[in-house]
Design a protein around this ligand. Structure first.
Ligand SMILES: C[C@](O)(C(=O)O)[C@H](CC(=O)O)C(=O)O
Length: 290
């Protein structure tokens, strides 16, 4: 069995923090996470300074996947939103993301343009259309080691029972992992897990201030989940830090007051591996073995 499938079959939950660029990915990998979640919302927040409402494109996200894959070794869970269109767009998205280094590709059943699962006013494509997209995705991947995750946003649109029914159809269509977005209570989490845990890995999405109760990885594992993501928390933490940093610089005219909350020049270079990089370059220049 492929390593990632085998990992998901183990009882310990896979905890994946949200990342949005190569630096955040490198830091998360250094912190010891086994997998990372390239969050579509976080790309929109950081690259565009905008909301998660379907503004980012296939090309922009592909570029991020490639940049992350060039920097980190750990498995990447990649948010492919709606596949950026219909079944044919989904084919291209899956092939492209897989080529760039995605290990799990997440597709959702919202209609285009999508929005964050924790915002109101979502709308869905039909179950049949989403089933077709999942089939297109599983047909398009080069390797069955690339896992397809099906997300349903139906809880807020058609109700909890309809969401369960859609998830059942998506599993039948060949999804490797299920993500039932924005469940609203502990009770709904329990029902979802009673129904699916053990049949297919289930992902829990922890959005601080969102519609789902935020729990720890340990608590989610006890409920039955196989993967826990904390997708947008990274940007919320960074945004808060930057608010304070810019306010302090503006108020004091210097970064001196903030220095204890920062890496210094050498600190950042150590994190990103500047000494090793320069040493490698030198060896190429001198002809020594790299
Ligand atoms: C998982 C998610 O799709 C994401 O883009 O990371 C978002 C998370 C968020 O907005 O914080 C979601 O729709 O839940």
């Amino acid at each position: 069995m492929h390593a990632l499938k085998a990992r998901l079959a183990r009882p310990e939950i896979l905890l994946a923090p949200g990342v949005y660029d190569a630096l955040s990915a490198a830091l998360a990998e250094q912190a010891g996470f086994e997998a990372l979640y390239l969050s579509g919302a976080s790309i929109a927040y950081t690259a565009l300074g905008r909301s998660d409402v379907g503004l980012t494109t296939f090309t922009e996200v592909s570029e991020k996947v490639a940049q992350l894959r060039d920097r980190v070794q750990v498995p990447l869970i990649v948010d492919a939103d709606t596949g950026f269109g219909n079944a044919l767009n989904t084919e291209r998205t899956v092939r492209g993301f897989e080529r760039c280094g995605a290990n799990i590709i997440q597709l959702e059943d919202q209609s285009f343009p999508k929005r964050c699962g924790h915002l109101d006013g979502k709308s869905l494509v039909s179950t049949q259309e989403m089933v077709g997209k999942i089939k297109a995705a599983t047909d398009a991947r080069h390797s069955t080691d690339t896992l397809i995750m099906a997300r349903t946003d139906a809880v807020a649109v058609e109700g909890f029972d309809a969401a369960i029914e859609r998830a059942e159809r998506y599993l039948e269509a060949g999804a490797d992992i299920l993500f039932i977005e924005a469940v609203r209570s502990d009770e709904q989490m329990q029902i979802v897990n009673k129904r699916f845990a053990g049949r297919v890995p289930l992902l829990a999405n922890m959005v601080e201030g969102g519609k789902t109760p935020v729990k720890s990885a340990e608590e989610l594992q006890a409920i039955g989940y196989s993967i826990a993501i904390f997708p947008g928390g990274t940007v919320r933490a960074v945004a808060h830090l930057l608010q304070n940093y810019y306010a302090s610089l503006k108020a004091t005219g210097s970064t001196r007051a903030f220095q204890s909350a920062m890496l210094d020049f050498d600190g950042l270079n150590a994190v990103i591996g500047t000494p090793e990089l320069l040493a490698r370059g030198k060896r190429y220049e001198t002809g020594d073995k790299p």
